[in-house]
Design a protein around this ligand. Structure first.
Ligand SMILES: [Zn+2]
Length: 243
């Protein structure tokens, strides 16, 4: 195979790997933001649980005040009942006392409901706290793993850059210019396999004489449509391999 053709194929492989590595590293801020959002949601669930419990306690205290008000009235009516002179007054006081007792019963039932609700809210808060602790632990581990992967990716990228510099230095300047132009214009793919008479990337049929040249792999030939540098992979029966 033509030496520079072999080199541009290798260069394309390096650039494709480096591109993937750069994209992976560029994802890091989004990934970290997603972790932060998950932790924030877990903390928010705890804050919501605490707020609901506090509201329940406030409501219960307000109801207890109502109970005290009606108990005060009931006690006053009992005193008055001792001093009444007429049957009519007695019945009126009895009526007031019954009403106060009814109110006290109603509010005490409400207190019981609030207590049951408080038990449920306390359990829910505990669940939220357990979940948040587990989420924190999971995310700490995932973040650590992702950071280690990023460090590995960065190291690989540094290695690829060094390898690329050495490779580029060996490629003929005109061939490199063809590669660079195609790379820029064709979204990072400057080299294409020709197969069955077709450029496998842009899918345009090559002129037979162009394909025949490409089959020999002994020259730098561009696709007349997409301008990518073409190479040919012989059938497996042949021992020559494109690496
Ligand atoms: Zn093409």
């Amino acid at each position: 195979m033509h030496a520079d053709l072999e080199r541009v194929i290798a260069l394309q492989q390096l650039d494709t790997k480096a591109g993937a590595a750069r994209r992976a590293l560029a994802d890091a801020p989004d990934r970290d933001n997603a972790y932060d959002a998950r932790l924030e949601a877990a903390k928010q669930a705890i804050a919501d649980g605490k707020a609901k419990l506090a509201a329940n306690q406030d409501a219960r205290r307000a109801i207890e005040k109502e109970v005290a008000v009606h108990q005060g009235r009931l006690s006053k009516y009992r005193d008055q009942a001792m001093a009444v002179k007429t049957n009519q007054e007695y019945h009126a006081i009895q009526h007031e006392m019954a009403h106060a007792q009814g109110e006290i019963k109603k509010y005490e039932d409400e207190i019981l409901e609030r207590m049951v609700e408080a038990d449920e809210l306390t359990a829910a808060l505990k669940t939220a706290e357990t979940r948040a602790a587990a989420e924190q632990k999971t995310i700490d581990a995932e973040r650590k793993k992702a950071q280690a992967e990023d460090a590995g990716t960065q190291a690989a990228l540094d290695g690829l850059s060094a390898e690329r510099a050495a490779l580029v230095a060996a490629i003929d300047k005109r061939v490199l210019a063809i590669y660079d132009t195609a790379f820029t214009r064709r979204q990072g793919i400057a080299v294409a396999e020709a197969k069955d008479g077709i450029c496998t990337i842009c899918h345009v049929r090559l002129r037979p004489q162009v394909f025949n040249t490409v089959r020999r792999n002994d020259a730098i030939t561009q696709c007349e449509s997409c301008q990518r540098i073409l190479y040919f992979v012989p059938a497996p029966a042949s021992q020559s391999q494109v690496s």
